[in-house]
Design a protein. Structure first.
Length: 360
């Protein structure tokens, strides 16, 4: 017994040296969960940017070209599809500029020439750069005047925006409204494509085509006129108001040289509209009849680079024109109202613009 008590301290010291207490502690300790490394942080997802199309912002009238800081809106259009078997007499001039659903404003041209101002007989006129919308020259360009058949620029725009020009239309209109009118040769009840109606509208300036288009596209003449005025408001053109789709004189039917050029700029973003306004000749098929129509715009073919858009005449308006010409890839528009010589006024205005302004 005495020997056992003497040996206990020595045995305990040996066990401590071998780490026995730590082993015992681990045997009786409660189980613990393993410590895992923190999960990897997922890479942040890249934001998705949704494209937006901005509203049309037209250049403010000013003798000095304003900086181009806006984008213009144009309604996206489907690609033009001509009839499967076009007639050899359909001689539309190819568009000279690439159309885009959105017109990205560019820098205005720079005045670089010293040519004297052109002599013009028109009472109201304006020269506008096609890309930037800058006014290069104007005289009474915002005066409200009778637009005559330049109205049909708006009629064509509305039709192209709202209907497929391959649609087959049954011509319906009030013939009593066509007194003293230019006509395309339509007959009530004719079965005809909207495309042919549009060529009959723009080339021979058919008021019968204008009424048939208005009835088909708008459901009625008056509802179509509402669409025309809504388009003017949408483009911010406060000096324009329409009472009919053809342009015959009415005291509440008016526009301005500046406004009509802006309508044309918007319309020319659509290659189908370009083709309509540039064509010199077109073959019409109405029911069982086939016949040709010719463009009354003599500026086409007489002024270098001329490629549209529309002329008109009434007793109140005199001779009116919105014209475009493209040279070296740059398009310039002219609006001239109360003219006595459309070619004689349009040519010097376009020549002056291309000689005195430079594009960068």
């Amino acid at each position: 017994m005495l020997r056992t008590l003497v040996m206990l301290p020595f045995a305990f010291a040996v066990l401590v040296g071998l780490g026995f207490p730590g082993m015992v502690a681990r045997w009786f300790a409660p189980p613990t969960s393993p410590v895992l490394p923190p999960p990897a942080v997922a890479a942040a997802a890249l934001p998705t940017v949704s494209p937006t199309v901005e509203k049309v912002a037209l250049a403010e009238p000013s003798p000095t070209p304003p900086p181009a800081t806006a984008t213009l809106r144009a309604t996206p259009q489907p690609s033009a599809t001509l009839r499967p078997e076009p007639s050899a007499t359909n001689t539309a001039v190819p568009p000279t500029a690439t159309s885009s659903p959105v017109l990205v404003a560019s820098l205005p041209p720079i005045k670089s020439g010293l040519e004297p101002l052109p002599k013009v007989g028109a009472r109201e006129y304006v020269i506008v750069d096609g890309d930037s919308g800058a006014i290069l020259l104007e005289n009474a360009a915002h005066r409200r005047v009778a637009p005559a058949s330049t109205t049909k620029i708006v009629t064509a725009m509305i039709a192209l925006e709202r209907k497929d020009w391959r649609d087959i239309v049954t011509a319906s209109y009030d013939e009593s409204e066509l007194i003293d009118s230019t006509l395309m040769g339509l007959r009530p009840g004719d079965r005809i494509t909207l495309e042919d109606l549009l060529y009959g509208l723009m080339l021979p300036s058919g008021n019968d085509a204008a009424l048939a288009i208005a009835t088909y596209v708008g459901g009625s003449r008056n509802r179509f006129v509402d669409l025309m005025n809504a388009k003017a408001a949408d483009l911010g053109l406060a000096n324009s108001h329409f009472t009919n789709p053809h342009g015959l004189d009415h005291r509440e039917h008016y526009s301005s040289a500046f406004d009509m050029v802006q309508f044309a700029r918007a319309g020319m973003k659509d290659p189908r509209f370009q083709a309509l306004s540039a064509a010199r000749k077109w073959s019409i098929r109405a029911s069982s009849r086939t016949y040709d129509v010719h463009n009354l715009n003599r500026v086409l073919g007489q002024v270098p680079g001329a490629d549209g858009v529309k002329i008109g005449f009434t007793d109140e308006a005199g001779r009116t024109i919105v014209a475009s010409a493209t040279r070296n890839g740059k398009r310039v528009y002219v609006g001239a109202f109360h003219s006595t010589d459309l070619v004689g006024d349009t040519r010097p205005l376009l020549e002056w613009a291309f000689k005195n302004w430079s594009w960068v």
